[in-house]
Design a protein around this ligand. Structure first.
Ligand SMILES: Cc1cc2nc3c(=O)[nH]c(=O)nc-3n(C[C@H](O)[C@H](O)[C@H](O)COP(=O)(O)O)c2cc1C
Length: 184
């Protein structure tokens, strides 16, 4: 399929990330995991590295010639996305490697799905609502709300597979569009 960037931020749902890596790998994606420093507290980094077949990125890496190494991304899933990460991302704050790399990937128009993991009080905050609107306006598919079946405080399992299905749909459509514009 291609290179799937998975960005994980710091909440308990981060512990389930292996489910997504396993499913995406079975579907033919190469999965590259980026995690915030806080996310590392909620997951087993060595197990994530083992299952994905590559180390987790939390900071910039540099080639011997000093250039920054940017792994390729054909699609991106941001999940779980914390209140903190969502608000920073939507407001263009890029003061860590995960935020900076997400800003870049979204700026390139790469198909992106973001799954917030926030409780009800945080979900009702105006900055959060505004941030989701901003991200949607930039083409990010936000998987959140009753229509998506993922609501704050939900007892449903975290929607890893739905996020993967969605990003594949968007990725497939983007490929059809680019072939059409090339007259293929
Ligand atoms: C046990 C625990 C659970 C947390 N769960 C959440 C959560 O579900 N959603 C959220 O937005 N923040 C949650 N937080 C707070 C975030 O970890 C905190 O805002 C942190 O700064 C997020 O950093 P990050 O966005 O860089 O990963 C939790 C914190 C702790 C200690």
């Amino acid at each position: 399929m291609g290179d799937l960037r998975l960005v994980v931020s710091g909440g308990p749902d981060a512990g389930g990330v292996l489910d997504l890596i396993t499913a995406a790998s079975e579907r033919g994606w190469t999965v590259d995991v980026t995690a915030t420093k806080n996310a590392l507290e909620f997951m087993d980094p060595s197990e994530v590295a083992r299952i994905s077949g590559r180390p987790i990125r939390t900071t910039y890496r540099f080639a011997p010639d000093g250039t920054r190494i940017s792994p390729p991304a054909d699609a991106m899933i941001v999940a779980p996305a914390t209140f903190n990460t969502i608000n920073k991302l939507a407001n263009g704050i890029a003061d860590t490697y995960p935020l900076s790399s997400m800003a870049d990937v979204i700026g390139r128009g790469v198909p992106t799905v973001l799954v917030p993991a926030v409780n009800e009080p945080l979900a009702g905050r105006r900055p959060f609502r505004r941030s989701l609107d901003e991200l949607r306006a930039e083409g990010v598919r936000v998987l959140f709300g009753p229509v998506d079946g993922w609501v704050p405080g939900s007892t449903e399992p975290f929607p890893w597979i739905k996020a993967l299905d969605l990003v594949e749909d968007i990725f497939g459509l983007a490929r059809v569009d680019s072939r059409a514009s090339l007259g293929a």
